[in-house]
Design a protein around this ligand. Structure first.
Ligand code: PNW
Length: 473
């Protein structure tokens, strides 16, 4: 029995500027926080950086041809702020032109461009005056968004303001794992608020320019389950993971409020940080953040089984083993312990838990998106595996093909039960620069040989192409 996808369901794949473009200092682009952070000793495995990456900046015509060959209907990419407005300052026409050429190439191939304005590569010059901890950065971001709309508003309909503000705030300013690599609770809180404010202000600005645009944001989610649902400490651990990871962003966007339980949890840990955060939330900010959106992107990789006490068997770490000191990305992290449940794991030790995705989609739809009239798309889902190139020159990645089928099935389960989820983007089209893991972890359905820049469609890519052609599982 084959299971058909809904008629208007869109199949795509996703990338991000810093992870694939390379050409880091060409045509007027200046440093971003990732150019800087990747050079900090011990911050990234292997000391890797995005100077060359997949050289997509020069190879985009062949790359778009490959997308067409796979049958992708849509392509999710991000634009580089420091290419378009180097140092966050004046417009750089050469940088803007790259995105015009890319979009024209996509449209020529019949592929819908799905543009994300911020996938973590803030100009380093703006970081030096506070980055996302500074309210001024919000205005700089809206200017940059306006530049992109001036250039592409006639050709791009779908605009995503931010990718995963949780990573851009707490993983970056509190956990220290991502650029700028800070470990401050106050900075994480301030960054999250200014990112959300930048989102809302951008939606307001673009909406006022053109009411026909499809505007939204992409959030990364987890599904937190208590190890023992009858143990109050485990239930509380799950509440706090959910609150800090999911509700901290969902509640302001859809309900114009921050989750009060989490504010109080964090106050108990660092009252001064919460005082600064509350001072940074001005009258009217929450109304700005809660602008109606057309689309919410859902990114899902895995869930979390958590306990209130240290478990007998701790699971392997799901974080990159860099040599820099970090801290938990959760401002209130006491009493949150991951528990092993024997699920299969990817090469990053991330659990493979497709049923969590079905539950997540139901939850986001029922509690947030449906009441707001917002439609859902899966904007990221994928897996790193230790690929090998076989003697026939191919990559027989049966594990990734299975991961893809299982998660597409989980999306279909939700869609068939009434969740309005209208598309799926596999992460990622290419092997690419996997942030603090460097080039060590490969997510692509297309292999990239970093010596020759040769692209090879993996078995998982062929499988995806078959599913897209059949529009059924
Ligand atoms: C997402 N975490 O990152 C990003 O949007 C992609 O750029 C990235 O390549 C992909 O997922 C795979 O990692 C995340 O620690 C990075 O929870 C880290 C986390 C979550 C998402």
């Amino acid at each position: 029995m084959t299971r058909p996808f809904p008629k208007d369901f869109l199949f795509g794949a996703a990338t991000a500027a810093y992870q694939i473009e390379g050409a880091a200092f060409e045509d007027g682009r200046t440093a971003s926080i990732w150019d800087e952070f990747s050079r900090v000793p011990g911050a990234v495995i292997g000391g890797d950086n995005g100077d060359v990456a997949c050289d997509h900046y020069h190879r985009y015509p062949q790359d778009v041809a490959l997308m067409k060959e796979l049958g992708l209907q849509t392509y999710r990419f991000s634009t580089s702020w420091s290419r378009v407005r180097p140092d966050g300052g004046a417009v750089n026409e050469k940088g803007v032109d790259f995105y015009k050429r890319l979009v024209d190439e996509l449209l020529g191939a019949g592929i819908l461009p799905w543009l994300t304005l911020y996938h973590w590569d803030m100009p380093q010059a703006l970081q030096e005056v506070g980055g996302w901890t500074s309210r001024d950065t919000v205005d700089r971001f809206v200017e940059y968004a306006g530049t992109m709309h001036d250039a592409l508003g006639d050709r791009v309909n779908v605009w995503t303001t931010l990718n995963e503000p949780w990573c851009a705030s707490f993983l970056s300013y509190t956990g220290g794992e991502h650029a700028p690599g800070h470990t401050s609770i106050a900075e994480g809180l301030l960054a999250s608020h200014h990112l959300l404010l930048a989102h809302g202000a951008t939606v307001r600005e673009l909406r006022s320019r053109d009411a026909s645009l499809n505007l939204g944001i992409t959030l990364n989610h987890t599904v937190a389950d208590p190890a023992d649902p009858r143990n109050p400490a485990d239930v509380d651990a799950a509440r706090r993971v959910d609150g800090q990871f999911n509700r901290w962003f969902l509640d302001p966007i859809y309900r114009a409020e921050y989750p009060a339980d989490i504010v109080e949890d964090v106050r108990a840990v660092d009252a001064e940080a919460v005082r600064r955060f509350e001072e940074a939330v001005h009258d009217g900010d929450l109304a700005t953040i809660a602008q109606p959106i057309d689309t919410q992107g859902v990114n899902y990789y895995h869930g979390d089984l958590v306990a209130g006490q240290v478990p007998e068997t701790a699971p392997p770490s799901g974080g990159p083993a860099t040599t820099r000191p970090g801290r938990s990305p959760y401002p209130s992290d006491a009493g949150i312990h991951s528990v092993e449940r024997g699920l299969p794991r990817t090469a990053q030790n991330w659990e493979v838990q497709p049923e969590g995705l079905t539950r997540l989609l139901h939850r986001v739809w029922d509690e947030y998106a449906q009441p707001a009239g917002t439609v859902l798309y899966m904007t990221e889902n994928g897996a790193a595996y230790d690929d090998v190139v076989a003697s026939d020159g191919q990559v027989h990645d049966a594990d990734r093909a299975e991961f893809l089928r299982l998660h597409l099935g989980a999306v279909l389960d939700a869609a068939e039960a009434g969740v309005d989820v209208r598309g799926y983007f596999y992460w990622s089209l290419f092997d690419n620069y996997e942030w603090a893991w460097g080039y060590d972890k490969r997510f692509g359905i297309v292999r990239v040989d970093y010596d020759t820049q040769q692209r090879t469609v993996k078995d998982s890519g062929r499988e995806y192409a078959r599913i897209i052609a059949a529009r059924a599982l």
